[in-house]
Design a protein. Structure first.
Length: 437
RNA sequence: GUGGUCAUAGCUCAGUUGGCAGAGCAUCGGAUUGUGGUUCCGAGUGUCGUGGGUUCGAGCCCCACUCUCCACCCCA
């Protein structure tokens, strides 16, 4: 008999993983709610016409296509699995524009699928947690996303650095070095600065058709140092001839000013090598990196001025970011930052010596559950060793032992599994004890 | 999509020139019929990833496929 298996790049999540994942999702969700974001969901599959051409040539290749039973293998399929949450969201806005109150603040936590070759931290099915504000050009939206990043990672206890850049600045740089049509090649190459270093970036720029003169003019910009303000001031001089570049600098300046005024504790840097792959970004772009773990970015996003334009609704500006839940999971695991008691774990197990005791325990359990205590009753009066082992394996902090003596005195023997201490308690005493623990 | 790498018990892994399939952990039972996490004793477990080939004989050698992991491409 063949062992069962799951498709390449997919995973099962066991009870411990799910409890951790739910901790991640609920933390993110509750921060989103603090800012008035509302949740939506869209279908796992979209029409291919919605998906195709939105992610570049590479992206199209990574789309999972859904074969209808009537379709032949060489026919173009009608449907595919969604590749991200942003494009389906743009489709949603266009389709529901008359029902939506703008500015629309929505969040969406759902899996996405990519037919990529899997690696560590890279899967074919993974979750994104997207939060976007649509229908306003105000940079207050960007500020709020920065604040959300600050609060989410403060709650997780992960030390991060937020990298900021602006696509208009990048466009201005391309203009300044005399290669405005090479903006995509430039961004793709300089985005790798971290990984491959300046020399290799320059090599790649040359391979992508940039002249030595252009590459030379780029060097002082890539080497800009000092504070964020220093960099902006320097850019203002260098890009003085580029109207687009100056607008990008203005946006960045305004956002930094607002961040400063908002008493933000987050570590933030203007990173001119930050480009981000998706080409629909037009303004500020963001990326969050964990300081204590080598794992790539764990959150990213930016402003897109015309995302819904491709679906026939022009001039709707939006800005959004996406938290990478699977990578946050890896960071929390590596740094061992999960809270000691997970929110939904069992608090108390009843262990019994006989059938009458079982009924007694079930009655007590019902009362405690009505008061909100999470209780399990071991379903048979098995050997005490077995019942205790069960509690131990599930890390249940308290076991209430019920035998003849306890039944006679209308009590239970409560064992604290961590200290080993035992005390005989009435129902009310038991409730107080669990509640105050 | 390109190049490399890996696969043996539930898990982590040993396995000699090609000659009876192994260990630790975990699980289950007992020592202990009212007590887990520490101790002691005992037990079970495998189409050696799948399919073909070479050989008297293959976990080991050869071919193909699948999967894992890694580097590209790209990306969370």
């Amino acid at each position: 008999m063949n062992k069962p298996n799951i498709p390449k790049g997919t995973r099962d999540f066991g009870p411990i993983e799910m409890s951790r994942r739910n901790y991640i999702f609920s933390t993110i969700r509750s921060v989103f709610a603090l800012y008035g974001f509302q949740q939506i969901e869209t279908p796992s599959m979209e029409l291919m016409s919605t998906l195709m051409g939105k992610y570049g040539e590479e992206g199209d290749k990574l789309l999972f296509r859904i074969q209808n039973s009537g379709e032949k293998a060489n026919e173009a399929p009608e449907k595919g699995l969604r590749y991200d949450l942003t494009v389906p969201f743009a489709r949603y806005i266009v389709q529901h524009r008359d029902e939506i109150q703008f500015p629309f603040r929505r969040y969406q936590i759902q899996p996405v699928w990519r037919a990529d070759r899997p690696q560590k931290g890279r899967y074919r099915e993974f979750y994104q947690c997207d939060v976007d504000i649509i229908g306003t050009d105000s940079l207050v939206s960007e500020l709020e996303l920065v604040q959300i990043v600050e609060e989410v990672y403060r709650r997780f206890g992960i030390r991060v650095c937020l990298h900021l850049n602006n696509r208009k600045i990048l466009a201005g740089i391309a203009e300044y070095i005399g290669a405005p049509d090479k903006i995509v090649d430039i961004t793709v190459a300089i985005d790798k600065m971290d990984k491959i270093g300046l020399d290799n970036v320059n090599k790649e720029l040359a391979e992508r058709g940039l002249s030595q003169d252009a590459i030379g003019k780029l060097q002082p910009i890539l080497n800009l140092g000092g504070s964020n303000t220093d960099k902006l001031n320097a850019l203002r001089t260098i890009l003085a001839c580029s109207e687009t570049g100056l607008r990008g600098i203005g946006e960045a300046q305004e956002l930094f000013d607002r961040i400063a005024a908002s008493n933000c504790q987050l570590s933030i840097c203007l990173d001119l090598t930050l480009a981000r792959g998706l080409n629909y970004y037009t303004g500020m772009i963001f990326e969050v990196k964990a300081l204590d773990v080598q794992i790539g970015s764990i959150t990213g996003g930016g402003r897109y001025d015309n995302l819904t334009g491709i679906f026939g609704l022009p001039n709707v500006s939006g800005v959004g970011i996406s938290f990478g839940a699977d990578r946050i999971y890896d960071v929390l695991t590596e740094l061992d930052l999960y809270p000691a008691t997970m929110p939904e774990a069992t608090q108390l197990l009843f262990a019994t010596f006989g059938d009458e005791e079982l009924n007694y325990a079930l009655t007590w359990a019902k009362s405690l559950r009505q008061k909100g205590i999470r209780v399990e009753v071991y379903p048979e009066p098995a050997k005490m060793k077995k019942q205790m082992s069960y509690a131990d394996a599930k890390a249940i902090p308290f076991v209430a032992i019920v035998g003849g003596n306890e039944m006679q005195s209308d009590t239970v023997m409560l064992k604290d599994m961590q200290s080993g201490e035992q005390t005989q308690l009435t129902l009310n005493q038991l409730f107080d004890k669990i509640l105050t623990n």
